[in-house]
Design a binder for this molecule. Structure first.
Ligand code: NDP
Length: 335
């Protein structure tokens, strides 16, 4: 079994030296209650940056010399567990590795992939955690309604692109912020956004938001934080809702320091709301979100984009793509 372990805690950007490729033998004998899976796809997520800091958050930190934690899809290769049979496709926290022997079904779900022409990576993108983040972040946290002007940062990413498409379905005007011409073109031409702001072109973000959102912002779905949040807050409307989904511009800041220059007075003046959320809180409601998104995908109203990479040994380089914008769509690793 090849696997990636954490060897040291990063300070700032995660250097590849923080990871080590380890080979180990897995004993193929299984006792009653145990099962072995072969990992098919590994989800590379911004949240991993938080998991390797020595900080208690909604989940304990990954320990030094521990296999890196990761969500993934896996196929059962041998089982003496009552719930799982050989050949079953499962989703769960299997880690950054090729194989995994388990004895608990905690947070492991069986996936029905019997539908024809289904690409399994969809269960880590639109029909997985990112899709659920977009869905509940908009419906429950932002409580979007028709005719809202919705601004989305990190718009061409796994969560952002689904969020924008859901907001369009709900009858909103949707503007995305993303880095680069290709991503902005994708948002308008493929994902149906009304407008896109390329924050990496030589623009003043504040002026660009004013131009793209002439009626102000009713909902800001923020994946980025920092100066992007500062700029968006200046344009919020009465009773605006800001969903703090992520703050990727801040994750590499030493000690996870929080950007502290937000002028929050517009939140006061506009009787607005800024609310964070963790999608795991909605785990018990995932089937509701999946049902809706499957329906919209079947109707051709939602497209999912995945960026699939290969080779577990390259995990460290792939992880950094999330922080330099090198990924285009849900970043998935095939070991
Ligand atoms: P993405 O697929 O969006 O990949 C990350 C993207 O972030 C990059 O491609 C890059 O896009 C953008 N980015 C990176 N650094 C910066 C920066 N300094 N300024 C602006 N943009 C930047 O990842 P996900 O869709 O998986 O995650 C998006 C966000 O959602 C993250 O903040 C993540 O933590 C959060 N999240 C929150 C969850 C929750 O439960 N609250 C659950 C899942 C995700 P570009 O090329 O446009 O710069």
């Amino acid at each position: 079994n090849k696997k990636i372990v954490l060897t040291s805690r990063p300070n700032g950007e995660v250097k590849t030296e923080c990871w080590k490729l380890v080979h180990e033998e897995i004993n193929g004998d299984i006792d009653p209650g145990e099962f072995i899976v072969k990992i098919d796809s590994i989800s590379i997520d911004p949240a991993m940056r938080g998991w390797i800091n020595n900080v208690e958050s909604y989940i304990p930190p990954v320990q030094i010399n521990e296999t890196m934690r990761a969500l993934g899809l896996a196929v059962v290769v041998d089982s003496k567990h009552e719930k799982f049979n050989k050949g079953d496709l499962l989703s769960g926290m299997f880690g950054v590795q090729e194989y995994c022997k388990l004895n608990s079904d905690y947070a492991i779900e069986k996936i029905d992939n019997t539908a024809e022409n289904i690409n399994t990576s969809i269960f880590l993108s639109a029909l997985g955690m990112p899709g659920m983040t977009a869905y509940f972040g908009l419906t429950d946290v932002a409580r979007i309604k028709a005719n809202d002007t919705v601004l989305i940062s990190g718009a061409a990413g796994a969560v952002g692109s689904i969020a924008g498409q859901i907001a369009k379905i709900k009858g909103c005007t949707v503007i995305g912020i993303a880095g680069g011409e290709d991503k902005c073109r994708y948002l308008i031409e493929e994902a149906g956004f009304d407008d896109a702001i390329d924050y990496k072109s030589n623009i003043d973000l504040n002026e660009a938001i004013a131009k793209s959102c002439p009626k102000g912002i009713d909902v800001f779905f923020d994946n980025v934080g920092g100066p992007t949040l500062d700029a968006a807050i200046k344009h919020i409307n009465h009773k605006a809702r800001i969903t703090v989904c992520g703050a990727i511009s801040q994750y590499n800041a030493a000690g996870l320091s929080i950007h502290a220059e937000i002028d929050y007075i517009p939140i006061l003046f506009n009787s607005a709301r800024l609310e964070g959320f963790v999608v795991l809180d909605y785990y018990h409601r995932y089937s509701e979100g999946v049902k809706e998104i499957v329906k919209w995908m079947n109707e051709g109203q939602i497209k999912s984009k995945e960026d699939i990479r290969h080779g577990i040994e390259n995990f460290g380089d792939y992880f950094n793509l999330l922080f330099n914008g090198g990924n285009f769509g849900k970043l998935i690793l095939k070991p």
